[in-house]
Design a protein around this ligand. Structure first.
Ligand code: NAG
Ligand code: NAG
Ligand code: NAG
Ligand code: NAG
Ligand code: NAG
Ligand code: NAG
Length: 435
């Protein structure tokens, strides 16, 4: 009797804890991601005020736009000029055999998974212990001659003969990581309790690292489209599909799904073609117009003569949304005409439409983003305003002359699914804290 239940428990535990990955992937899988400002986050800074969070969000959006603007202009250097100001989400994952648990910053704008490794020449203090590859049975460095090494532009191999592959990535804010491009088993904890394993995943084992803004994490988990990003490496097992859903409140966990679990369908779902993605990491959609109530503001600029294909980047790591100046000014006046609260000065002098009042007092009209293919995405107050602290709320859009971005505020409470085979992004209104 005792033996029986004991052995079935063992089997059950084996099933729960070690699902081989082809098996586990039939139905896809979902992992929880934690907002960095959630009290559950290992990177939580309880001393930050709402104003400090707001000012970080605004500053990093502008910084990020500049970074992409530059990489956009010289797109052949994207891989090596990634900048920080990374995503706001943290993913728990494990590397190695036995599994070693880490917290990485999730970033759709990065295309590598890197983590600090022992022994390091220079490491910052992360909250969890640092991974020691010599204690893992599945760790292997890659030679310069390997396909993976050659596929990344930021390897530092000078003579491809024999030497092991070293990488060096630096970010505009001074963050950098240098180390060994390696193969290791990566494990993700599914929300259903299973662990999903990906043997021989290419990771950057960082021996010399500095992380300016997120110094408590173990590194970055890149969801971009470059050859060694998490998404590209999982691609065949996840059928090139992933989705995310950002909860409106930072203290609620959000979800990141892969494979069939990332199919967005059902009532309210709209899909739009991916205009293009640049060589490395970023996805661009086509935004035809935006409406404030019934007031439609066209994006198409006849004087430029272009079709507007791929005119806006969708990005989970930029807080605000950025639109061209001529769109922004019309958008702002349409919103200003409807919101009845008392105007306030933007404490940062970066956003031009701010009000005195609380979030739930802003009775703004629904703003609709009209993406190509009749994909209308309705933006609620939560999707278009930001809490600036001290009783001030601001319209969360910025004017930007060269690059438009559909940022993370605009994507709250939307299930956002990428299907890289069909080359579409789908949106479905969803209470992300409940799904
Ligand atoms: C968890 O999900 C995976 C993938 O869909 C599935 O293979 C596995 O059986 C599930 N495990 C449990 C305990 O439900
Ligand atoms: C992008 O770069 C151009 C030229 O360097 C600059 O004039 C413009 O202000 C930049 N745009 C943004 C959004 O930073
Ligand atoms: C890292 O932590 C150690 C021990 O807590 C401390 O002595 C050291 O100054 C810290 N280093 C940095 C760069 O914060
Ligand atoms: C660490 O990397 C930085 C940035 O590339 C470099 O300047 C520095 O010399 C490196 N330090 C060591 C000890 O390798
Ligand atoms: C087209 O764009 C230019 C600058 O990019 C702007 O000055 C002009 O107002 C725009 N035209 C329309 C019709 O919005
Ligand atoms: C929905 C979402 O993720 N919003 C976040 C975007 O980034 C800022 C800056 O870190 C956060 O404060 C938001 O919560």
């Amino acid at each position: 009797m005792t033996t029986m239940s004991h052995s079935s428990l063992t089997i059950l535990l084996l099933c729960l804890c070690y699902v081989s990955f082809s098996e586990a992937l039939n139905g896809g899988f979902t992992v929880e991601i934690i907002h960095r400002d959630s009290p559950k986050s290992p990177l939580y800074r309880p001393t930050q005020t709402q104003f400090q969070r707001f000012s970080n969000a605004v500053r990093s959006s502008i910084h990020r736009a500049n970074r992409f603007n530059q990489s956009f202009l010289s797109s052949n250097t994207v891989g090596s000029t990634l900048a920080a100001d990374l995503g706001n989400y943290i993913m728990s994952y494990s590397v190695g055999t036995p599994e070693f648990k880490l917290f990485g910053i999730v970033d759709t704008g990065s295309d590598i998974i890197w983590l600090q490794c022992l022994p390091c020449k220079i490491c910052y203090n992360q909250t969890t212990p640092i991974f020691n590859p010599s204690k893992s049975k599945t760790y292997k460095t890659l030679p310069c001659s390997s396909t993976s090494c050659k596929s990344v532009t930021y390897n530092t191999c000078s003579s491809p003969q024999g030497k092991s592959c070293e990488y060096s990535i630096s970010y505009e804010d001074g963050t950098y990581s240098e180390g060994d491009l390696s193969l290791e088993t990566l494990s993700l904890g599914s929300t259903n309790g299973s662990s999903v394993h990906f043997p021989a995943t290419v990771i950057g084992c960082g021996r010399n690292n500095s992380f300016v803004s997120e110094e408590l994490s173990s590194g970055i988990v890149g969801l971009g489209s470059g050859p060694v990003s998490l998404i590209s490496q999982l691609s065949s097992s996840i059928d090139a599909k992933f989705s995310y859903c950002f909860a409106a409140k930072d203290d609620k966990p959000s979800k990141l799904s892969f494979g069939d679990a990332a199919v967005v369908s059902g009532s309210g779902t709209v899909s739009t073609p991916i205009g293009f993605h640049d060589q490395e990491t970023h996805y661009y959609l086509t935004l035809e117009a935006m409406s404030v109530g019934n007031n439609r503001i066209e994006f198409r600029n006849s004087s430029s003569g272009s079709t507007g294909e791929g005119n806006i980047m969708i990005d989970s790591g930029t807080t605000l949304s950025l639109v061209p100046g001529y769109v922004y000014s019309k958008l702002e006046s349409a919103v200003a005409a409807e919101v009845k609260l008392k105007r306030a000065k933007d404490p940062l002098k970066q956003l031009s439409l701010c009000y005195e009042g609380k979030f739930d007092e802003v009775h703004a009209p629904v703003i609709t983003a009209h993406f190509r293919g009749d994909a209308d995405v309705k933006l609620s107050v939560e999707n278009s305003f930001i809490d600036a602290g001290d009783g001030i709320v601001c319209f969360a859009f910025l004017a930007s002359e060269t690059l438009s971005i559909f940022g993370n505020i605009s994507q709250k409470n939307l299930l956002v699914g990428y299907d890289l085979h069909k080359k579409t992004v789908s949106f479905k209104p969803t209470d992300c804290s409940k799904q």
